[in-house]
Design a protein around this ligand. Sequence first.
Ligand code: ATP
Length: 453
Amino acid sequence: MSNYDLGDSKVLHIGFDDTDSYSGRCTTNLAFKITSKLLSENDSVFIDYPLLVRLNPNIPWKTRGNGGVCLRIRTNQSEKILDYLIKIVKTDSDIGNGANPGLAIFESDTIPLSLRQFSSRAMYDVLKVQEAEKLASDLSIQVFKYGDGRGIIGAMASIGSLLEGDHTYEAIAYRKKEFQGSPRILNKSRVSKISIETHPFTFNSLDSFHERILIAPHGPDPVFCGIRGEDPYIVTKALLYVLPVEKLEGFMVFRTNQGTSTHLQNQLSLKKIRSNMAGYVRCKVSKKPIILRGGHVLFEVSDFSNSKFPVAVYEPTGLGSIASKLIEGDNIDIGIGVSKNDSHNSSILNVEYLSVLKTMDDTVWINPMCNNCGMRMKSEGKNKGFQCKICGRKKDSKLLVTKNRNLQLGMYLPYLKAHRHLTKPLHRYGMEKTYPYIPDFFKPLHSEWFKLF
Ligand code: ATP
């Protein structure tokens, strides 16, 4: 896989997205298939792990996790590979069922700043196909679009995403066609064992609180399961340990931005909020929470721009019990996705995390106590003071009491089962990778990153 004679070779960045639909297929599976072909032809070297780049999760037209893929290779067969890619993206996409595939191919040793910025914005904003096309033309990126062409947004954004700082890995195993659609049988005790023994170097494999396996999807798609973690070698080992009796097609390791909360790193001003954006807002509670039927919690916030927005904390996140303790004036950060509140023709902020920064004293005026009898005094009427009904002693004014808020400052995350692919698990705070990731052009990736069974 590594030491071919690649004289006159070029670096190709191959991005694609939107190849699947609700009825089936999967963009990462297409990546697996393409990778298999490229490796078998012996004319390409992978200069980075295949990238699985999760983009803005609030895009309404996504199928599932809004993931695009980028393959970075060095090859001396770029023409031949281009022909193959154009064919396979067309034939292996679910175009008839709503997929709008996009393919982007960029021949370059470096990734220009404008493409990196496009990619950063795709994490939290809503971009247009025309903008992707204009950038492609400016940078001489070849793009091929099908259906409504939306797929080129994710294709280009995946190429522009270097995942230079924080990143994670996922080893994904794929099913054979004949098994797709049948239930996935996994050994729960093996999943539990890797979840405990490889912690914190693998994550989100098991929700032990709800007793739920989190490594396998439930739909008819070709993914059997995936193990997420910090290191390509560890996720591979853990995956091999949980593999089922079912005969699989193979597996591949992706480098990804999953578990990094990249989409929430951008601070948003409430004044500039638009539907479907992601980010975080530093704000004050301006209307105290109400608990709706079903356990959802609704409150209102305002920020330095003095704009106000309703905020929703949905019951499945498990954050309702904390949110319901907020009071007016509390300072909070909230990671949010903005959705349209159709009935009011306005936007609503859906909470992805809640960080309590500063709490107000929650005070209440109560009748004073009698120092002699230890009993609460009775009011004598408006502005007439208070009297103890036992000993007759008097006091003029009420007592200001500070209630116990029973709310600790700090970061609160949803239950594991309500995490998005991008959500950074609590234990990853402080263990983010901050060093630059430098793909090594002439060294192979770890030997077991791709396997056909
Ligand atoms: P899967 O995760 O199963 O591959 P998906 O959830 O990624 O599916 P897609 O079918 O790829 O969903 O649909 C997402 C669509 O949204 C793609 O066409 C992609 O190009 C586009 N898209 C991604 N990010 C943005 C963005 N920030 N602005 C506008 N469009 C976007």
